[in-house]
Design a protein. Structure first.
Length: 351
């Protein structure tokens, strides 16, 4: 079997306003290196947040795309723990979102090998420690107790793994008036989302479907059509992520009336999810880009959200396994838009 030397992208090959391939460097400093040009009808930049396409455009006389940024500066730490059948009363996942009062978040997700992947983190200087005792203390400060209770008495089988995410970034290629033929940008290189919401891979897959559909019909303005359609795809998850992050006071950015209105309603949706499974399912379908956000405003769902204001929901494990005092989710108050209930309930369910 012939072994192919690793190749590193060195540059794009372009002439007369068209990208016609890539220049790659093979080999390393010890064995010497060679540079080859690989021709291509279409080059797709899927190199992620570190994409060099904006700099390349500038160096070749094109405008750089404008950027939208949300400086979340979040960090989270992840451990792998053994999982037992009666954990979380049989549920296979628990998500605890950050709130205005306690801007920490956490998740427990069932994975293969009868294990939990447990993560917790916070914004800016609120960092989940990498030592086990410190992490347990941090988890006890989450807005709901389930994750801390999973961490109380069992030893991890792997971890910790720490991650730092500085900012969500969206590059507006759709606004450029000139762009070279033969080149596209997709995935995190186009829009990089706060990983807590798990939207990046879904958006990249949807962009791939857009490209597939466009390539079935030859067109002379592929880039313009692709970026415009991709921008419409990105709008929804970007608004969801941006709006959620802007609930946190330490995240800088404008908070227009529209964002404050949506956040006020979404706080009530999440509170209702603790006592109305249909609301929880509807929220997850929107968060996972299956249904449009407007689906949360339908009369039947809206009635359930409003009715949930009449009762508080206990947050915690079943009564037979309560090792810590339960928290009560406060009834959503009539607060000014932009405020939130003090503790959103965790979302729990079967995977």
């Amino acid at each position: 079997m012939e072994l192919v030397a690793p190749a590193q992208l060195a540059d794009l090959v372009a002439a007369d306003g068209r990208v016609s391939g890539v220049r790659v460097r093979r080999g390393g400093p010890t064995a010497g290196s060679t540079v080859d040009d690989l021709p291509a009808d279409l080059v797709v930049d899927a190199t992620g947040r570190g994409s060099h396409t904006p700099s390349w455009l500038e160096s070749h006389g094109f405008d750089r795309p404008k950027e939208s940024r949300i400086d979340v500066d979040l960090r989270y730490t992840t451990w792998i723990l053994p999982r037992y059948d009666d954990d979380l009363d049989g549920d296979r996942g628990c998500l605890v979102g950050a709130t205005v009062a306690r801007p920490r978040f956490g998740a427990a997700l069932a994975i293969e090998g009868e294990r939990w992947m447990i993560a917790a983190g916070g914004y800016h200087e609120d960092i989940a420690p990498a030592d086990l005792a410190g992490f347990r203390t941090f988890a006890a400060g989450l807005p709901a107790p389930e994750i801390a209770q999973l961490m109380v008495s069992r030893e991890p089988v792997d971890g910790p793994r720490a991650y730092h995410f500085v900012s969500s970034t969206r590059r507006h290629y759709e606004r450029l008036t000139q762009f070279p033929d033969g080149l596209l940008v997709t995935g995190d290189a186009l829009s990089s989302f706060n990983p807590v919401y798990g939207q990046g891979i879904t958006v990249a897959a949807l962009e791939a479907l857009v490209l597939r559909d466009l390539l079935t019909k030859p067109t002379s303005d592929l880039a313009r059509q692709f970026f415009r359609r991709a921008a419409r795809l990105i709008d929804v998850p970007w608004d969801i992520a941006a709006g959620s992050d802007l609930r946190i006071q330490s995240v800088p950015g404008p908070r227009p009336v529209r964002v404050r209105l949506i956040n006020a309603y979404m706080a009530r949706v999440q509170a209702a999810a603790a006592v109305a499974p249909d609301v929880g399912a509807a929220f997850l379908r929107v968060a996972n880009l299956i249904d449009p956000p407007q689906s949360l405003l339908g009369p039947r769902l809206g009635a359930q959200v409003l009715m949930a204001r009449r009762r508080a929901a206990p947050v915690g494990p079943p009564a037979a396994d309560r090792r810590a005092p339960l928290m009560e989710v406060p009834r959503p108050r009539d607060l000014p838009f932009g405020d939130s209930v003090d503790a959103d309930p965790p979302l729990r369910g079967q995977a």
